[in-house]
Design a protein around this ligand. Structure first.
Ligand code: SF4
Length: 321
């Protein structure tokens, strides 16, 4: 198969667009879509200035998504004095998994000359995910604990590093899965939160005094294309799957989406664009109508709607084992 643009050998075919692209044009196409998303989401404010640079904290796990995002961000903004990028890696305490991906993060940060910070569940909370899986007093899937702990650390450190934006490497498949999960669960308020936290142009979102806003510049790029980009550029991405991966519902949705995409190319893109519109309407509906007052967790000071935040309640149940 030949590249539609130059006639060289194609390295990929995108069913949703019909495009066949060679390596050079495929890499350029991914970079162009990421930069377009950054522009559409207005991540660089018009008044950004080298005198008071924007601070972007990037969640860098060492997996293909965050590694590709770090590389493209560095090539786009590495020499832009209006933007400072800091990479933040979270070590969950998973034997044979996270140590290798932390090495990938260190290697990439050194290559790109990025400031890199590493924080761990063990140092912050006194727990390792390997032990949580063994004890599991709540009878929950490991990812349910891990997601709460990771979110807490990302938010805490984004604030500590005075971030203007917290960036994560979620790709099109991740976002289409989350969209379908929220729709299937019928959770309109969750859709509104999703929109206000990480979708849509910044200037159309609610100004939340509570959390650092999130951005997902890879959300137009299918997972397979992110993997191909990392492979073709020989980026130091760690691709082993976590041994505790257990989000059963997400797994079912993922399989469903892959089948739908195969039979009806473009399904993920249309799910996400329809969902963004619905989520935007849901955000309008809930805006200014805070259902629960934000306060500080009486144990750790994190923002929460309860006296004690979810992370502290989970940690307490682990201590009781
Ligand atoms: Fe944590 Fe689950 Fe991800 Fe493993 S797969 S790192 S347990 S959220």
């Amino acid at each position: 198969m030949e590249c539609d643009k130059c006639g060289s050998d194609a390295v990929m075919h995108a069913g949703y667009s019909g495009a066949h692209l060679c390596e050079e044009h495929f890499l350029a196409s991914v970079e162009k879509r990421v930069r377009r998303r950054i522009r559409r989401d207005s991540l660089v404010p018009r008044d950004a200035s080298p005198d008071d640079p924007e601070r972007w904290v990037l969640g860098l796990s060492g997996g293909k998504d965050s590694v590709v995002l770090a590389q493209i961000l560095d090539e786009t903004f590495g020499r832009d004095p209006r933007i400072e990028i800091l990479a933040l890696t979270i070590h969950e305490g998973i034997e044979g998994y996270r140590d290798e991906s932390v090495e990938a993060c260190v290697e990439l940060s050194e290559d790109l000359d990025l400031r890199h910070e590493l924080v761990s569940y063990e140092e912050e909370f006194g727990v390792r995910m390997d032990d949580v899986v063994e004890d599991d007093p709540e009878g929950m899937a490991p990812c349910a604990y891990c997601g709460v702990f990771r979110r807490d650390l990302l938010e805490t450190y984004a604030e500590e590093f005075d971030a203007d934006i917290l960036l994560t490497g979620h790709n099109l498949d991740d976002e289409a899965q989350t969209a379908l999960m929220n729709v299937f669960e019928g959770d309109v308020e969750q859709m509104a939160k999703h929109f206000d936290a990480s979708l849509g142009p910044f200037d159309e979102r609610t100004e939340s005094p509570h959390f650092v806003p999130r951005a997902k510049p890879l959300r137009d790029i299918p997972e397979k294309e992110v993997a191909l980009y990392a492979h073709l550029r020989d980026l130091p991405a760690h691709i082993t799957e976590c041994p505790h991966a257990s989000e059963a519902f997400r797994g079912e949705i993922q399989e469903l989406l892959l089948k739908l995409e195969e039979d009806h190319p473009g399904t993920r893109h249309s799910i996400l664009s329809g969902y963004e519109e619905m989520a935007s309407m849901a955000a309008d509906r809930y805006r200014g109508e805070s259902t629960a007052e934000m306060r500080e967790c009486e144990r750790c000071g994190s923002k929460t709607t309860r006296e004690v935040c979810r992370k502290c309640r989970l940690l307490e149940s682990l201590e009781a084992v």
